[in-house]
Design a protein around this ligand. Structure first.
Ligand code: PCG
Length: 560
């Protein structure tokens, strides 16, 4: 944790230094951390204005009791709005993917934008109107709401950045509803004052009763009143006057929207969570229905259920390749390397391998989970993939399924013999042993095709694997040594064939070049013939005395 705190300290320092640099000389990159932090900071004065101006306008006591605090906060918020405008003048933007940093260009862009006009209006010194009215009329600062545009940007950014988007969305919705209820509470109190406190059952009770005269009671009562309407509880006193009816009608209409948006948003979050689960884990429901409709035995159904349960409880993700598919390959590789490299580097044959081999390999691994007692390979089956053990224990067992010859654990691999085409392997592409999972096992499978692609680029690793396979085959007595010799001959032929192929390639290139040369000289020749024909035509039209020249022309043509 000490290290973590140090890092945090350095991070904070970095942001501060960047802040200073950005303000004094530089241009702000909107993708930088500094810009993000600034957006978050700007939400404070925006919320302050959105909540406090209306509250002070409607509740006199709140306005008057804390006048000093409000005036200080007002001008601090104004200062931040001004700073925000300076930042906007200096914020770069992308044009054809490149950050524009030219100050004049940035200034021109902001000055021309509609946002600039709003920002400017929001900073107009309307406070001067205090001189005409009274210092207790904070409503003159209502233009500060125009700076609200920044809030949307800040919240959008936070939503994309947060690791808990659903919690964030619900909190955002609750915040909006809170502000709405707050505004409504303020307006309810203002209307009550207009009608007369305690004038009927609907308005705020008579302030002459000391309990209802306190500032806190006033606010809480009004907030409670409007929360009841907006949550459609509707347990409020019946209105008496037309103004009250109008207020209630407007409120109930808004309440329907509020209620709908709560239901809609919560529904969305639930769908998102279900979608997330469906992406992370295979769909159990469908399989259950299928097994039932096919009348699969209870025992087998239980094994399937146990497998799913293990995945869910232990949060085992088997579909990571699918989840990351949308990312560029380079990013996929980096993620896969950071997740799986610890496992791969435990595997002996990969320990001394180049990093590039591991990077190539890691993308091709498919996670698989096996339950206790399940067979991964059965002797005699055709092998299509090999396995690397990430976690768990597996046994090489005899055909009775009980006698264990060897136990394999994390960092071991198996299933390579039948897919490597080891020369002299009498069992061909068939599995040479039974492998059974002892407990729950997490494996990576690597298909025959992927393995051969990777190994063709890394012959040392291939030799290593084949050597280990040969040792097992010799031990089992199913390696035909003479076939190995024969194979060496075949290997020589293969090398020759490879060489012939490459020679053929070179020859084909040469032939293509010759053909193109021939074609171009043909074209030249044709041109010359056409030219000569033209000359001959011209000569035909000359007087008869000069006709002797025609024969010479023909001769020249023949000669060519
Ligand atoms: P393969 O493809 O024949 O399938 C079974 C795998 O078990 C085999 O490859 C080996 O990778 C692995 N294995 C591990 N230990 C042994 C052993 O002692 N004998 C055999 N035949 N296979 C073993």
């Amino acid at each position: 944790t000490g290290e973590g705190e140090d890092k945090k300290e350095v991070g904070k320092k970095d942001i501060f230094l960047k802040f200073k640099k950005n303000l004094t000389e530089g241009i702000i990159d909107p993708s930088e951390e500094f810009y993000y932090v600034w957006l978050q900071v700007m939400t404070i004065p925006i919320f302050y204005n959105a909540v406090i101006i209306i509250c002070r306008t409607c509740f006199e006591q709140i306005q008057m009791n804390f006048l000093g605090v409000w005036l200080t906060l007002d001008y601090l918020a104004d200062l931040m709005f001004a700073a925000d405008m300076v930042i906007k003048f200096r914020t770069g933007y992308l044009e054809q993917g490149i950050l524009i940093q030219d100050k004049a260009q940035l200034k021109k862009r902001y000055l021309r934008s509609f946002i600039f006009k709003l920002d400017l209006c929001s900073l107009l010194p309307t406070d001067l109107l205090y001189l005409c009215f009274d210092i207790n009329t904070p409503l003159v600062r209502v233009n500060r709401f125009l700076h609200m545009t920044r809030l949307g940007e800040a919240l959008d950014r936070m939503e994309t950045r947060t690791s808990y988007p659903n919690t964030f969305r619900i909190s955002k919705l609750m915040l909006y509803i809170f502000v709405l209820i707050h505004w409504n509470a303020c307006l309810y109190f203002a209307l009550s004052k207009y009608i007369g406190l305690g004038a009927d059952r609907w308005v705020y009770p008579n302030a002459s009763r000391p309990v209802f005269n306190s500032m806190r009671r006033q606010y809480f009562y009004c907030f409670w009143f409007s929360a009841q309407i907006f949550t459609t509880v509707g347990d409020t006193p019946l209105p008496d006057r037309e103004e009250e009816y109008l207020f209630m009608i407007a409120d109930l209409l808004i309440a329907v929207l509020v209620f709908a948006s709560i239901v809609g948003n919560v529904g969305n979050v639930i769908t998102n969570l279900r979608d997330r689960d469906n992406v992370f884990f295979p769909n159990h429901e469908l399989v259950k229905v299928y097994l039932r409709s096919r009348h699969i035995s209870k025992d087998l159904r239980k094994r399937v259920s146990d497998w799913y349960q293990h995945l869910y409880i232990n949060k085992k993700i088997t579909r990571e390749n699918e989840i990351l598919k949308q990312l560029p390959v380079q990013l996929q590789t980096e993620i896969a390397v950071s997740v799986h490299l610890p496992t791969l580097s435990k595997v002996t044959i990969f320990q001394n391998c180049e990093k590039s081999l591991l990077e190539e390999l890691v993308l091709k691994l498919t996670p698989q989970v096996y339950s206790p007692g399940e067979y991964v390979c059965k002797k005699g089956d055709v092998g299509h993939e090999m396995y690397i053990i990430k976690e768990g224990k597996l046994a090489v067992v005899a055909d009775d399924g009980v006698t264990q010859y060897a136990v394999l654990s994390d960092g071991n691999f198996f299933g390579e013999i039948s897919i490597l085409n080891i020369k002299g392997n009498k069992s061909g592409n068939r599995r040479t042993a039974n492998i059974r999972s002892i407990g729950h096992s997490d494996l990576f499978s690597l298909s025959k095709e992927d393995l051969s692609v990777v190994l063709s680029e890394f012959p040392v690793a291939k030799q290593h694997l084949e050597e280990k396979g040969r040792q097992i085959l010799t031990k089992m007595g199913i390696l035909d040594e003479s076939a190995e010799g024969q194979q060496t001959e075949t290997e020589k032929v293969e090398i020759k064939l490879d060489r012939l192929e490459s020679n053929l390639d070179t020859l084909q290139t040469k032939l293509a070049r010759l053909m193109s040369e021939l074609e171009s000289s043909n074209r030249k020749m044709q041109g010359r013939v056409e030219l000569l024909e033209l000359e001959v035509d011209e000569m035909d039209q000359l007087p008869l005395v000069e006709l002797g020249g025609e024969g010479e022309g023909d001769g020249e043509l023949d000669g060519n």
